[in-house]
Unconditional design. Sequence first.
Length: 428
Amino acid sequence: DIVILVVAADDGVMPQTIEAIDHARAAGVPIIVAINKIDKANANPDRVKKELADHQLLVEDWGGDTVAVPISALKKQGIQELLEMVLLQADILDLKASPDIPAQGVVLEARKEIGRGIIGTVLVQNGTLEIGDSFVTGKVWGRIRAMSDDTGHRLKKAGPSTPVEVTGFNDVPMAGDVLQVLEDESKARGIAEFRRNEQRQRSLSPAQGRLSLDQLFTKISAGEVKELPVVLKADVQGSVEVLRDAIEKLATEQVKARVILAGVGGISTNDVQLALASDAIVVGFNVRPERNAAELAEKEEVDIRLHTVIYELIDELRKGMAGLLEPTFREVQKGRAEVRETFKVPKSGTIAGCHVLEGVIQRNSPVRLVRDSVVVHEGKIASLRRFKDDAAEVRSGFDCGIRLERYQDVKPGDIIEAYAREEVAATL
């Protein structure tokens, strides 16, 4: 309903600020500007207002109609005034909802979790969402099995403006899809299947030419490649949608990118087989290939690109398509350890009791924590021990205790991967 545009008083308007303004304008949503970090010595709110005016966003004290509130998130200054401006804007827009009609909302995020299934974060915008409601959202249908609020507290119903986590989807919904409650499950299923069939008919087109990103420019120059098919996997549905949109906007005069499959979760053997059959590359964001998938990809020479920063992922694809790949770093896995149990130690935090599955875990190696093939943390080892002694490294077949630096949410069954980065020259 309303966009709060946060602009730092010291940095001013940045490229991402301009992008956010453009998104808000395209959606026709009113903007309230929160000028943050006013407590800093080099804060310059007037410069921010001038830069906003340069992008046709004129604040009220400069004669415009855009509300701007100076705040400090760190010092909690101006927060109450900001909330009051949001409520005032809501009154002006006459934003109202009825709790007595079938619920309607929007899917903000969705993911898969082992043991819980598919979980969607839904913002209820109208009506009241209740346990047992049948619904359709995009090409997905379901029945509400459980709901919880942002603190994890179980709910039986949720009214307008309530964000909830919901289970009961038959598949992972798309972020941004409207969720509509219907009178019965059969109607919800019928609408979802109709939409799915329509989508299937639109997407029935032959895939063209898989190629390694490192070999791409040579084939582009020879006129052999017109399209780069991509299999995309990410940790959550929101990331999938952002990346799909960004990848499909990549194009040069000779070639364009096309996402042939986009999904949530780790890279599976099915993903690698699809890439193999379609001559595609596989792109993973905050996920890892399953063991069998990694082995199949290596055997069949399917190109898998893994990233944890969206900008770097898009930049690599763009440079590859333009023939501008620079020397890059190749990740080399050094060791894998499985968390068997965890211990809470006063003043230290969570200690993970681990068994090293392969390779070697070194105290100074960067590590990532992988849960259900999804990367949940990247960081460093704070301490590595064999029994009660500090250890520089622990090799395959041995047990050890690992404490991660500034991270406590470690669970039995998690995998700790130690790796190194080696510089390699790009080959075209």
